[in-house]
Design a protein around this ligand. Sequence first.
Ligand SMILES: Nc1nc2c(ncn2[C@@H]2O[C@H](COP(=O)(O)OP(=O)(O)OP(=O)(O)O)[C@@H](O)[C@H]2O)c(=O)[nH]1
Ligand SMILES: [Mg+2]
Length: 403
Amino acid sequence: MNGILHPRVEPPARMILDCAWRSLLERLACPRCRAPLREEDGGLICQGCERPYPVRDGIPLMLLDPPPAPPPPALDLTVLILAYNEANNLRRLFPVLLPVLADLGCRHEILVVDGGSRDDTVAVAESSGARVYQQRARGYANAFREGIVECRGRFTVTMDADLSHDPGTLRVLWRERETADLVVGSRYMQGSRADMTPFRRGLSHFMNGVFRAVLRVPVRDLSSGYRLYRTAMLRSLPLEGRDFEILVEALVRTWLSGWDVRELPIYYKPRGAGASNLRVVSFGMSYGRALRRLSRIRYGDDWREALREARRADGMLRAGDFESKQASLLVLGSAPARFLQAVPSAVFCHEDVAALIKVRRQNPLLVVAHQDRLPFADGAFRSVVNWGADSPEVARVSARPTA
Ligand SMILES: Nc1nc2c(ncn2[C@@H]2O[C@H](COP(=O)(O)OP(=O)(O)OP(=O)(O)O)[C@@H](O)[C@H]2O)c(=O)[nH]1
Ligand SMILES: [Mg+2]
């Protein structure tokens, strides 16, 4: 699994004290076969059925099922191209792209999302056999959101229309499609090449540097538009972005939800014909706002404080807290914040990672799981406080009757 980024970069031990983590690990069990788990590459693996469970910032994600998938895809691959006044570039792109797609030997479609182009974008796309979708709401983010819904392939490759993305690289992305849920064509890793003006390069490096420092997602190129997604996964992301930053949001949400993200080097070229849609001032402002929004997604509402805490994580709690009686308490479901504050070393389990992120500062022992498939050993907890739905699982993991 060389190249899967998250486990090595964000080991859980960095976010919570070792003994807190051990105290949690001792109680965890595979929700499928109940066997104990072992740590490997910063994630967890079931010692019985070998099923892997990802860990994000010290939160094991123990959901068994992926989010509900849309109707079975009719095709293997959708190449999703957003285009605004790109006729001249599409004329040169399709003759290279079509033979590459034919070579892949899979059932595919090219979907062009047109942003109301005033040139021949639509005619060129249609004459090359692409399906054209006219976006309803304006802007890049809406084109992206609307386009995703239209994709019929099991995998979706996004690429720009302006010849910046070499269609030949599609072969590599396709070959690696099963190695991660999102494969990012990266401009900034060993083996990459990015031909940009010094200004664009500086801007892109600065933006990526700031976003990486704040969001702490282990990916070097956060804003690349050349990517391969598992379409069902992509559709499950609740994307809110308003501009180009929707690409960063898609990546952050993918990683935070426990999906695998991987980077592969690409050769990025300057756009072919036509004017850039980039406006530096509005770009900067939009990314400033986006950074605040993304920080909220990443760290919860109180994100400034949470970020400071994340940086001094080792000082968060006293080791003794986890030797005490409280460590043997399990809290399930949507417990009120005041209750959780009172039991900082209880294990708190919820099926929505966002509910856990909100309380992460005071409750570091967090697990994402469904209440009817609890990932704990029988009798693992001295007591259980249940704020969620009834489930026989609750009694199973408790050594005592439910509180
Ligand atoms: N459908 C649609 N496509 C858009 C919109 N804005 C940009 N695009 C397309 O999105 C892709 C990326 O946009 P670019 O303008 O190349 O952005 P960039 O690569 O950051 O900047 P330059 O290459 O310098 O222009 C291109 O294929 C554009 O045609 C839009 O509002 N709607
Ligand atoms: Mg471009």
